[in-house]
Design a protein around this ligand. Sequence first.
Ligand SMILES: C[S@@+](CC[C@H](N)C(=O)[O-])C[C@H]1O[C@@H](n2cnc3c(N)ncnc32)[C@H](O)[C@@H]1O
Length: 701
Amino acid sequence: MEKLKSVIPETLKLEISQSTIDELHCTCSSLLNFFQNLPLFHQMVRELTDPEKALCGKNKEAAMEAKAKGNECFSKGEYSTALHFYSQALRAAPADVEDKEKNLVAMLYLNRASTLHKLGFFLESLRDCSRALIVSPAYAKAWFRRAKANSSLGNYEDAIKDLTVSLKIETSSSGKKQIENELNMLLNKSGLSRAIEKPYHDSSEERLLMELKYVSTTTKGRGMTSFTDIPLASLIHKEDPYAAIILKNCRETHCAFCFNELPADTVPCVSCSIPLYCSLNCQVQAGGEDFSLCKDKYRLPQELSDDLEQYAKNVTSPDISSSSIEHAAEHKHECQGMHWPAVLPSDVVLAGRILIIMLLSRIRVNSMAIVRMNHPDGRQNLDYNATSSVEQVQVAQAVYSSGSLFNHSCVPNVHAYFLSRTLFMRATENVTAGSELELSYGPQVGQWDCSERRKFLEERYSFICQCSGCSQLNFSDLVHTGYRCSIPNCSGVVLESCVAKYEKEKLKHFKGPDSLQQYILKDDKIGGVASHVFEQNDYYRCFEPGHCLSCGSFRDLPASQKTIVKAEIRVRRLQEAVASGEIATDLVVDALKSIDILRTVLHPFNKRIAEVEDIIAQAFCSIGEFQAALKHCRASIEILEKLYGESHIVIGNELIKLASIQLSNGLKNGADNTSRTVAIFSQYYGSHADNMFPHLRYLKS
Ligand SMILES: C[S@@+](CC[C@H](N)C(=O)[O-])C[C@H]1O[C@@H](n2cnc3c(N)ncnc32)[C@H](O)[C@@H]1O
């Protein structure tokens, strides 16, 4: 790849690096023309697609071997291992080969369906039976197994229909007898059929009411604004990606099309052995082949009644939603037996998907990380550890044509999230017409101090942040890592030198003391911790590290740091104990002493105090002392509210933790708390909140 890059002429590189997203097609063509006349490029493609070298084509022998292992495990009752081998076999099995006069893929889906049934995954078993029947509609055993799955799900009507079709197809007398027995048993059972759960589909149909436009900004290039005022929580943008790719480390765990977590009944690509999908729908939308080629060989019998024939047709024709087929189909061209994503890095494949290998650096800046909530221990219940360990993980990378026109701010007024591969954006405050709409590319005020945010944005996205959070004084940045004043009743903050440097830089934007006074009127919290600065003529000089910004008193920072290091040792011990689940009471006592010491040195709103309070709350929860846990959890939230603001999503998450302690304690969760939590989540996720956060549903109930 490096060799290829190095032969691209500088003029073309320059053209590409200076191009905008609107010129994408033009730059693609220039690059492609150049590559097409380059022998090195053709040699590279030949090497990548050599069937001998490619590791990702289908392979009957490998499939048969995995199938045999699956059968062996199944017969020994080792169902989880059997499931693994059948899934592996399905990945390797070519679509059109047979084993014992049956289509191999259909047979494997059926074997896996039996395994899933044994493991109690009835819905997954049903879906695998249907897949076997889509490939091979006249497969009597698959209809029989489907009836079993339907019966376990309480769908008796469907189960009876499945058995009736199976009976029509089955030729052996012993087989017919078995089906008849099952049919009689089912007919004796009563009960209504139950609807089958469907994977999440966005049915809220929330409408986008505002029209956005892009404008030129003085410091950040183009940016997005609205023609009209935007009320808090409104959906302002919804978009499917121009191109998207799953991260390599998520291939085995998430669907390669919708990026949701994979179920037990994964669907492989029909033509290659790399991507896994959560459903046939996603597999076909990604642009892989379908089974229509081999289907004709396995026709249904003619003599079915009209309604049974219709039923069988419905089962054996995949129910593919047509919504995004035409724009996606992104896997199709990669997958003619050789799978490029298997051999190339993800960034390159994404670039390839929009036909530009050289635009990598621009793609990094313009692409978005698609994230999912991760529940590490698989628990979705409302207890403190479960709610504390939920985290966002990146599963894919995507380019959104309009989404990439939104600039970054460390104090964003827009929140972006993903459902499947669709990007949603919502206003998190009331925004007046013409104001810039900005989301966070990662860092936010409250999360990190200014120096850390700038460093991250510069390293990751190569720009120096010019947002209001990084160019105007704000309370959070002042106290985030601040020390307390050495005078007991003073609430002023003392900064260390690297923080003071960044905060001082912000003062360059002030025109004089008057503008500072106006500033203080806007946010009196800042005045509370830094009043001295605003009273001076030479405010710039007052911003000295080690001196209180309110009264000017000196604090010995090196001595304070030594005190912190000692206190932190005991906090770390408690943190390790919390992680291992073995908490001795004296560790908690030590950590309580430490937090008292930290409070004598750090500013009362220093974020570290909130973190330590949270660790102590977790510890108290684990040893069943819920009242103490509540007290420390509240203390942590009070600080975070000052740092992030009271309606920030971080506070919503903290309130869920608080509720989990109240529930563990048998206390009824305060109605105020619940309604506040629901309001915050609705502000950020609107009608999607309940779907994305099972904790929230539980809390409401
Ligand atoms: C995804 S694009 C946003 C649209 C871009 N402004 C444009 O004109 O196409 C990201 C680029 O916008 C600029 N940008 C976005 N947010 C910024 C910020 N807070 N400060 C400075 N530059 C910013 C940077 O040049 C960054 O590389």
